[in-house]
Ligand binder design. Sequence first.
Ligand code: MG
Length: 445
Amino acid sequence: MANDQDIHSKPAKSSEFSKFGSSGIRGVANTEITPQLALDFGLAIGSVYRDVVIGHDPRIAGEMIEHAVISGLLSAGCKVLKTGMVPTPTLALASKDCGCGIMVTASHNPARYIGIKVFKDGMSLNTGQQEEIEYLLENKNFTRADWKNTGGLGVMGTAVKDHSEIILKNTGSSDLKVVVDCGCGAASVITPYVLREMGCEVITLNSQPDGFFPGREPEPVDETLGVLKSTVKAAGADLGIAHDGDADRMMAVDNEGQFVSGDKMLAFFAVREAKKAIAVPVDTSRVVDDLLKGIKISRTKVGDVYVAETLKKIKGEFGGEPSGAWIFPKVSLCPDGIYAAARLVEIVENEGKFSELLGSIPEYPIKRYAFQCTDKKKAMIKIAEKLKGLGDINTLDGVRVDLDDGWILVRPSGTEPKIRITVESRDRCDELYKKAEDIVKGAIA
Ligand code: MG
């Protein structure tokens, strides 16, 4: 078992890491995600799209991978524009003016990871478009230009300015005091400036881009945001904002220094944005169903790509994931942590104290946990068999069992070697969680 963890002792398994999933390609830089793989990726994209905008987050391997992707694109004869270091939602917006957009990022994963996400018309590639790229990658079926038709490289210097302007056009002014923790990620170049432009007094934490993420882990969760929570309280701020490494996610801290859970944040936005329809993943709390009577709530597979695809289909006004990905289709179909931060500030400015606004949203006991698992497929077969014994199962994504007083969801992570458990129940959350945990532990042992 121990050897499986030591990826340095093994050659890169390009077949596994070249799998172009819902979040693109992701893995450890230079062992799993190599320049060779990135070159092929550029060739595959360049075989389909003729002009491409590309950017990267501050990760150490970002430029190495970006340059390899660019070589592939140029070899295929593409016209390529570089935005430099930008957040993912900024790059996604820039993709609206090009054939497609490529973001070199590993999102919220630890610093050693790197990855590639692709956008078209402001949203992630849909399943059909992903499969086309995956087919080309697997078969190395690339189109190469002859020597005189290889591509050209230029610069797009306005991506951050364009994104900021769209956000400011869609939000009002505010003189709130806000602490922003960019986690040393890509948000450092935009969120503090946008909020200051709105009129806020902004205190920044970890707002110098640094690919080692020395301030905290890039995933903005309760455990990683201790400094933000204490700073909000000490400064007497109205709220705190935290982003992941590429700023498609945003999480918040209230005026009392309390972390706001993803389920609560989702419901908080949903009740204000929903008019007819919203989309949420299958692991979302039943709170949204109870609060949004009369609104059509579509449940999707876990992953912001599926939420965005569904939102487009149902013409919904809002979509979100408890992980902190909030989609406001009037701005973009890419989760936009920066717009979400500005919108949150606008709401608190107009409606009153953040902690009091949150008080009106119930929170059902919910428990989430992830277990390391290298053979997810094998484990999930065993897990499905066991869960069938508890009640009716739904296999939209992983296996979900719905009971009268709660539900259990066990699903393989799309981006990491992990099996995730989510359990919600008003009265017996711990009991149901223990059941799920025993099943998962038994299957991965
Ligand atoms: Mg992200």
